[in-house]
Design a protein around this ligand. Sequence first.
Ligand SMILES: *Cc1c(COP(=O)(O)O)cnc(C)c1O
Length: 357
Amino acid sequence: MGKKHVFNAGPCLLPQVAIDKAIEALKDFKGTGVSLISISHRTKEWDEVMNECRALWKELLNIPDTHEVVFLGGGASLQFLYVAMNFLEKKAAYLETGVWAKKALKEAKGLGDAYALASSADKNYSYIPKGYVIPEDIDYFHITTNNTIYGTEIKEDIDCPVPLIADMSSDIMSRPVDVSKYALIYGGAQKNVGPAGVIFAIVRKDALGKVSRYIPTMLDYRTHIDKLSMFNTPPVFSIYVMYETLKWLKGIGGVEAIHAVNRRKADLLYAEIDRNPLFVGTAAKEDRSDMNVCFVMAPGYEDLQDEFLAFAKEHDMVGIKGHRSVGGFRASIYNACTVEDVQALVDCMQAFEKLKK
Ligand SMILES: *Cc1c(COP(=O)(O)O)cnc(C)c1O
């Protein structure tokens, strides 16, 4: 069996060193003689992990003192509700760029007047809407920076006259972000920074406390900021692997360095999609994601889809089947995916082309 090239969309590839460190900690956490999953989270050793993990987040993303980062359970999907609970008083606008954005909007609709300011549903979310004007009388504007399913991405920190909230589940730590422009950045860890089971939320502290509703204790960001993400038992395993993943990222030069690598990987794969007559990309070129690369068989070659999937599998490619709502193929090339992995996929596409032409 050859080395697998893992392009899973999430959970996804993580750096091998983080996996190895997790295995060690599962056996013996920091020389305590106790497994990571058997320790008390009220110990000095665990506190150190939490504190260092938080410090790594702040350092890697240049998080200013106005903001705090918390780690919670429940998935990004529960954050959709947190957002509305903590920020929606009367009215909020959402940029509808895909299924996740729609799900986020749905939760807000349950709590107030939330609506889609612009949508790309007309073309199956294959582009990012432009030319919309953000009204100034809303509580917040919500965007999904990377649309994991459709392979589109908002790569700039947009100017926003109202508090800006972003679901960055699938592109956090892949490129530099100006955190000061956001009231909240949140996401599940499992797309780029760790295993499933933990979310991150980077909250501007003075943006909280502006709604009049009762916020249940567990759904109130202030609870978790006050208790440094230890109000209740934190998902220790997931946080530990995230911590080791961030240590790895820092060790290779941080977000700027990984961004350069991510740009190279995306350019390499999109260049092949554009060159290879058998394949065609599905996302609008100017909105293409650096994280999730979506493509289908070109017109005239549609019946080769299953054959290419089988061919790719034989050549050790894992997880390139597209999401059912787009079809075709999707290669998720998050931080831990290497230029060599992407080159292997490109080679595979070229080998398939030779076979067929
Ligand atoms: C995967 C994903 C989610 C959902 O995350 P869960 O942790 O499974 O709830 C939300 N938003 C985006 C952009 C995603 O990619």
